[in-house]
Design a protein around this ligand. Structure first.
Ligand code: AMP
Length: 199
């Protein structure tokens, strides 16, 4: 949605790793089991992905989805951005209850081709679940499973949660209530982006 509305490139390590697995690359195959268990992938691997991506696509603004997820990732990102003579405008923190997470995971469908994400309830299909943007196949993610979710939540609580303080200290943290519907949440994010684009 952000790329479509604002033309800002968005990247997500999770999406990159799922694509690498589909392509059968060594990186995709090495990390597939970690994703399937709900474990975080080692920081070094993730930081390298982001660094390579930034050099290729990061010149005119960027949004990371699902990065950083650990303090060492946040620290590495700060060093990389310093080297590129740029910095983050915001760390947007979508707050969701465990109940919301469960409901979203139970209904989430993702396009195999372009990564567009929707829910089984909000998408309208004639017969087969097809992506409205690229006509790829919409399917459930194999890690969208209640057992895997427990491990993802453990990783989140122990390794990701401390980043709230890290970004709070430099005053770029913006918390948004992610329990509301997609359009309302997107409107809040859009306002933040517009403040920067129009500034
Ligand atoms: P996501 O698509 O953001 O839900 O991420 C799916 C999976 O990819 C996660 O459960 C992790 O295994 C891996 N992953 C994604 N982003 C990161 C990250 N920043 N650090 C470590 N592992 C990640």
């Amino acid at each position: 949605m952000i790329t479509r509305q604002f033309g800002i490139p968005v990247t997500s390590p999770g999406a990159i790793l799922r694509r690498e697995k589909d392509l059968g690359t060594p990186l995709g195959l090495e990390t597939a089991e970690m994703l399937q268990r709900g474990d975080l992938v080692p920081d070094k691997t993730i930081v390298k992905l982001i660094e390579d991506w930034l050099h290729l696509h990061g010149s005119y603004g960027f949004v990371f989805d699902g990065f950083p997820r650990t303090l060492p990732q946040g620290e590495s990102l700060a060093t990389i951005l310093k080297g590129l003579k740029t910095s983050l405008d915001y760390a947007i923190w979508l707050e969701v209850s465990e109940e919301t997470v469960r409901a979203r995971i139970a209904g989430r469908l993702q396009c195999r081709t372009c990564g567009f994400t929707t829910s089984a309830d909000s998408a309208h299909f004639d017969d087969r679940p097809i992506c409205p943007y690229c006509e790829g196949r919409l399917e459930r993610r194999s890690d969208d499973d209640m057992g895997v979710l427990q491990q993802r939540l453990r990783e989140y609580n122990s390794k990701t949660q401390p980043l709230a303080d890290f970004y709070g200290k430099v005053s770029i943290l913006r918390k948004i209530d992610g329990n509301r519907d997609r359009e309302t949440v997107f409107a809040d994010i859009s306002r933040l982006i517009e403040d920067k684009v129009l500034a």
